[in-house]
Design a protein around this ligand. Structure first.
Ligand code: ADE
Ligand code: ZN
Length: 338
């Protein structure tokens, strides 16, 4: 087992579906609480916040943890810790969701609070590039079950800030698909694309394959989760033909109760059908996993060979929004990792 774990760590990998807020470990949450709360959380209190039994409970837990991210220094600390964790797993590039919609909700929709927060994130990103040789892009994530106006605020901020910060690579929609699909966001996605932003979208996590068709119809370039595509052979053919990158998060789906076990996750089925699948950890601090562990579980639970793990890593680079020249370099490094 040690040999395969070492191989996974050496393999250059990109993580494409990772929420900054979902990487905050309970110990860091205690530190944040000591900064902000009159009666700070104990470690046991903090750990209790991460407990949930279903998808709605998970979204509530995510919100409770995000509440303690208050100022720029908090975001900088969380981001730097996340980057150290990524480096330790052999991740060379990550495209990280920032729940800008949740920031606005906690700050009375005051748009002026965001820029100083973002500068804190940028300090961490620049330091990671220098000290860890890790590259990071940001994706501004709106919460689909808030309103369309709320999402508009988030995406407009991305459009406004992108010229000054090319690290803002794209936008996305998370939250509860059972309450809102993708169609209401069509015009917002078109505007973001016009401004040069790349389009990602959570779809088919807790809903049927119709949600994935809808996400494709509004121009989403990458689909997060896509669990329900497995029940729609027409959609599998479409995803294969388009080579739409899928950001799969198997352990996340098991922990939120969407899939029974890692073994039953459609990862293997999609891979064998020729879809462009990538492995990701979503919210590793909430699911007791991380990207290296997802690769390990692909090996132990679904029989992915070393060569197939190499293919997953290569897919992660191909599906990233990195420039082609950088992709070529990483693909060569992946091919020659033994
Ligand atoms: N926000 C953070 N993680 C999420 C997930 N897995 N689905 C929807 N929204 C999220
Ligand atoms: Zn997600």
């Amino acid at each position: 087992m040690k040999a395969i774990e070492d191989f996974i760590r050496r393999l250059p990998k990109a993580e494409l579906h990772l929420h900054l807020e979902g990487t905050i470990l309970p110990a860091t949450l205690v530190e944040l609480s000591q900064r902000h709360d009159k009666t700070p959380l104990t470690l046991a209190d903090a750990e209790a916040l991460y407990r949930f039994t279903d998808f709605s409970g998970f979204l509530e837990a995510f919100k409770a943890v995000t509440r303690l991210l208050m100022g720029p220094e908090d975001y900088e600390l969380a981001a730097w810790r996340m980057m150290e964790q990524l480096k330790a797993q052999g991740v060379v590039h990550a495209e990280v969701y920032i729940s800008v919609g949740v920031i606005y909700m906690f700050r009375n929709h005051d748009a002026t609070v965001f820029e100083p927060i973002f500068e804190g994130l940028e300090r961490a990103r620049e330091r990671a590039l220098r000290e860890l040789e890790l590259s990071i892009y940001w994706i501004f994530d709106a919460v689909r079950h808030f309103t369309v106006e709320e999402a508009q605020r988030v995406f407009t901020k991305a459009v406004e800030m992108r010229p000054q910060y090319p690290s803002i690579i794209g936008i996305g929609l998370g939250g509860d698909e059972r309450q809102a699909g993708s169609e209401p966001f069509r015009a917002l996605y078109a505007e973001a694309a016009k401004a040069g932003l790349r389009l990602t979208n959570h779809a088919g996590e807790t809903t049927g394959s119709g949600a994935i068709w809808e996400a494709l119809a509004i121009g989403s370039e990458r689909i997060g989760h896509a669990v329900s595509a497995g029940r729609d052979s027409g959609l599998i053919l479409e995803l294969k033909e388009r080579q739409t990158p899928l950001e799969l998060n198997p352990t996340s789906n098991v922990r939120t109760g969407v899939v029974k076990s890692f073994r039953e996750h459609p990862l293997r089925k999609y891979f064998d059908a020729g879809l462009l699948v990538t492995l990701n950890s979503d919210d590793p601090a909430f699911f007791d996993s991380d990207l290296a562990n997802e690769y390990l579980l692909a090996h132990t639970e679904q029989g992915f060979t070393k060569q197939e793990l190499r293919k997953l890593a290569a897919n992660s680079i191909r599906a990233s929004f990195l420039p082609d020249a950088e992709k070529v370099e990483w693909l060569f490094r992946i091919d020659t990792t033994r």
